[in-house]
Design a protein around this ligand. Structure first.
Ligand code: MN
Ligand code: MN
Length: 300
């Protein structure tokens, strides 16, 4: 009888339980270690889940009610404050276990550095292509003396999987060093201004063309890709950002059966206004889940 009155994990995403295996596993990675401007993204996973549980689960883009599909919410990875190496190792171990079970990994950050161990785990079986939505290139060799930093995560990944496998969308805040690195390694990127002029269809077409040779893909959404008007609660806000519908449209159409993992990072709830950044992050999660389910079909 008491079962009826207990919610054993009140912070979890509310969804139908998976009876036989799972397609998508959502995992919180509340790493908040190298944040420099506005820390607080350790509270991101909880706020994104809370928002997700309170928005409608029907995706009009895909014509799918995500609630009709099962979802595995594995909870949060136990991060060790002060021990970055161990924290990253734990994210890699958990990511590996999701990939080993054939699941699509959905990481909720946490700072952007969490993408590195996830992509590393995926690279063990197949080298993925990475599409990053970000105001920043994150291509610094080091930041404040740290080689492992939210500001150098895409550089570390480009060294791991090859710069030709990385594409960055929504860029508008760069350093000369990053531009030179991107230029010399031919890392593809589209600025937020170019994206506005080109429009959603053309940008999506370019992303799909970039992905055409890839065997597996990983999508990383740094929430600062959005304009601060829509996503003020992030670690490093930058003006002149992208609009919600543009990014949601792009994410929705570039996902296909090759997607093995995604993350939504850099939500910093202490700097949010009325929770709108977490609510937008939860919408990104919803549209990604809807795309995955509409491709794989069948109710799991
Ligand atoms: Mn970033
Ligand atoms: Mn960023």
């Amino acid at each position: 009888m008491e079962e009826l009155f207990l919610n054993r994990s009140p912070g979890s995403i509310v969804s139908s339980p998976c009876t036989q295996g799972f397609l998508v596993a959502v995992v919180g990675a509340p790493l908040d270690h190298t944040s420099t401007y506005r820390p607080g993204c350790r509270f991101g996973p909880a706020r994104i889940r809370e928002a997700y549980n309170n928005i409608e689960a029907y995706s009009l883009r895909r014509g799918i009610d995500v609630d009709e599909y099962c979802l595995e919410d594995l909870g949060d990875i136990a991060i060790v404050p002060g021990d970055l190496e161990e924290s990253l190792r734990r994210i890699e171990v958990v990511s590996s276990s999701v990939f080993a079970r054939g699941g699509v990994l959905g990481l909720l950050g946490g700072e952007h550095l969490i993408t590195l161990p996830a992509v590393k785990a995926l690279s063990a079986s197949s080298t993925p292509c990475l599409v990053v939505f970000d105001a920043h290139l994150d291509l610094r060799e080091e930041y404040l003396g740290l080689r492992l930093s939210h500001a150098s995560v895409t550089r570390r990944i480009s060294e791991l999987i090859g710069p030709e496998r990385v594409m960055i969308i929504g860029v508008r805040a760069v350093s000369r060093e990053e531009l030179e690195y991107a230029g010399s390694r031919r890392i593809a990127f589209i600025t937020s201004n170019q994206a506005r002029i080109l429009g959603v269809r053309e940008v999506s077409r370019r992303i799909r063309r970039f992905l055409s040779e890839c065997k597996s893909t990983y999508i990383s959404v740094d929430m600062d890709v959005f304009d601060p008007a829509y996503a003020p609660g992030v670690g490093n806000p930058e003006a002149e950002g992208m609009e919600p519908w543009s990014v949601l449209d792009m994410v929705s159409v570039i996902i296909d059966e090759r997607l093995r993992g995604f993350d939504i990072v850099e939500v910093s709830p202490p700097y949010d206004v009325g929770g709108i950044t977490s609510i937008l992050a939860s919408k990104v999660l919803l549209e990604i889940l809807a795309s995955i389910h509409s491709i794989h079909g069948g109710k799991h």
